[in-house]
Design a protein around this ligand. Structure first.
Ligand code: HEM
Length: 524
């Protein structure tokens, strides 16, 4: 049973008081919905559903993006599902996602309202903020730091952290697992650029905060499925009251969300007090705060914390999970690895590591970056958007308050658009020694749409470029061997969830030569 399905079921199951009232409400509601549907135009097609429950049982039990793509073969690229009067619209083609979420962004830039988000305080994170003044302010500040012309100032840190990553990959091979290695890389890069933390304060503690907060985040990130969303007054009942067990979960998630927001901030404040904080996004923003006093200063400080934590929260595990999938792709496709290394040998040569200035001369590496983003897209359903007003698309009605999901994974794994979608093939975007996307660039899809499009997209791609090129320049990535010395086959198995990871796989790492190994600085 899918998260949404089981949670909605449990909503029904856990409601034990006033069943008759609820039934009357449902019947009245059903009559009202049928009448409204008849008079106000049709919703986009979708499974027919059943009385009362609507499409509750149609929500996919297994990996939803694949199931939505299958559904779209029957009903078309825009499908609708309705549960208790809430319309969910799933967009399964780039055309529909761009038409609705991008071209009509003025109407679709809100996020679904959620009492659980309010209760947990998760709305400090930009990605969950409702559309409005606070969202605009936080987003503007983040964009100023990560638009294409601002990226140059971050590159020295990205390079240093990338070199450290190479060293740890080799030195800690077999001691620290690869998912943790990639998390350390992105965590350290962000904590330096965003918070200005000195090297000695880089702790796995912040990574653990991120991992610990994932369950609660996943729950609030998808449309929230708690009974309190239907009956808001339940939030005022004590947690010992029958049926209020969910409140304990919410309280745990609140603590985890607070820790993710506050821990790097506290570490930065401590480092500042010791005079050890480095110039960073945080120090630049706090300079502005230091000119203010009283309440105004307090409010501004909260905003700065929301900015810095939003970047750390959104930009660490997404990058790490994507880079992890790159390693998997290289083990499965040694021919891609060899072709990339030939390009690196020709352009960069044996005497140095790749630099950002090499990027335009490394089209095959750039094609790999695009294919990594597509092949294992880590945010398969993106973030939900919310229709602020009623709308019409291709003659269908999109009611005000509809929750709109772009099936990013489905769009990027549609065999009609990307033949043999499960095969990792950078050649999809590589022709005659150039990157040619022919309108198929995954980077225009994976980062979402419209006014809510990921503000870290250029920075994310920059990080992937430097790390992918550096790893391939120095190392051969190989499957692990079993006891009899045979390579262990690697299978890319994805996990379901708001952030999709690849399940762990074993690997070996081998320096391409002594000269290549010697390129990794040991004094960083
Ligand atoms: C491979 C890496 C990444 C992927 C696949 C990714 C994907 C996404 C997606 C799908 C969204 C939702 C867009 C929408 O609502 O339509 C998003 C939002 C966001 N991303 Fe990223 N992202 C990545 C890296 C980053 C990085 C490095 C940063 C920070 C520098 C970042 C910061 C954010 C923020 C703050 C939002 C919320 C934007 C808003 O709601 O207005 N992301 N990202």
């Amino acid at each position: 049973m899918s998260g949404l399905q089981s949670a909605l079921m449990s909503r029904i199951g856990s409601y034990s008081v006033g069943v008759t009232d609820v039934l009357i409400l449902f019947v009245a509601f059903l009559a009202f919905s049928i009448l409204r549907r008849r008079t106000r135009g049709k919703l986009p097609p979708g499974p027919p559903g059943v009385p009362i429950l609507g499409n509750l049982l149609d929500f996919p039990a297994e990996y939803p993006p694949d199931a939505y793509l299958d559904m779209s073969r029957k009903y078309g690229d825009v499908i609708s599902l309705t549960v208790f009067g809430q319309t969910f619209i799933v967009l399964n083609s780039a055309t529909a996602a761009i038409d609705i979420l991008e071209k009509r962004s003025a109407n679709y830039s809100d996020r679904p309202p959620s009492i659980v988000i309010e209760m947990t305080g998760w709305n400090w994170a930009l990605v969950l903020k409702r559309y409005g003044e606070r969202w605009r302010r936080v987003r503007r500040e983040i964009w100023q730091q990560f638009h294409p012309n601002a990226l140059g100032k971050h590159r020295a840190t990205q390079l240093t952290e990338s070199r450290r990553f190479l060293r740890r990959l080799y030195k800690d091979y077999g001691v620290v697992d690869l998912p943790m290695q990639t998390m350390e890389l992105f965590s350290a890069t962000n904590l330096t650029i965003v918070h200005g933390l000195p090297q000695k304060d880089m702790s796995r503690h912040f990574i653990h905060d991120l991992i610990a907060s994932e369950e609660g985040f996943a729950e609030v990130f998808g449309p929230s499925t708690f009974i309190v969303e239907l009956f808001p007054w339940l939030r005022h009942l004590p947690s010992w009251f029958p049926g209020m067990g969910w409140q304990k979960k919410v309280s745990g998630w609140t603590q985890e969300s607070d820790a993710l927001r506050d821990d790097p901030w506290i570490a930065a404040k401590n480092a500042m007090a010791r005079g050890e904080l480095k110039p960073s996004i945080l120090t630049a923003l706090m300079e502005g705060v230091s000119q203010l006093e009283g309440k105004e200063a307090e409010t501004e400080e909260v905003i700065v914390k929301e900015i810095t934590s939003s970047i750390y929260g959104a930009g660490t595990d997404t990058g790490a999970a994507t880079l992890y999938s790159f390693f998997c792709a290289m083990l499965i496709h040694p021919e891609v690895q060899k072709r990339a290394q030939a390009e690196l040998d020709a352009v960069v040569g044996p005497d140095r590591l790749p630099e950002y200035s090499d990027r335009s001369s490394l089209p095959y590496i750039n094609a790999i970056v695009k294919e990594v983003l597509r092949w294992h897209n880590v945010s398969p359903l993106g973030a939900s958007h919310y229709a602020m007003e009623e709308d019409e698309y291709r003659g269908w009605r999109i009611p005000k308050g509809s929750i709109i999901t772009a099936n990013i994974w489905g769009i990027l794994h549609d065999p009609d658009v990307y033949p043999e979608p499960s095969v990792f093939r950078p050649e999809r975007y590589y022709k005659d020694g150039k990157v040619v996307t022919d309108g198929l660039d995954p980077a225009t899809i994976v980062f979402g749409f419209g006014r809510r499009i990921c503000p870290g997209r250029y920075f994310g791609e920059d990080s992937l470029f430097i790390n992918i090129s550096s790893v391939l320049h120095v190392f051969d990535l190989l499957p692990a061997l079993d006891k009899s010395g045979k390579p262990i086959p690697v299978v890319a198995k994805k996990t379901s969830g708001a952030l999709s990871l690849l399940e762990p796989f074993e690997y070996r790492i081998k320096p391409r030569s002594e000269t290549a190994l010697a390129l990794i600085p040991d004094d960083l």
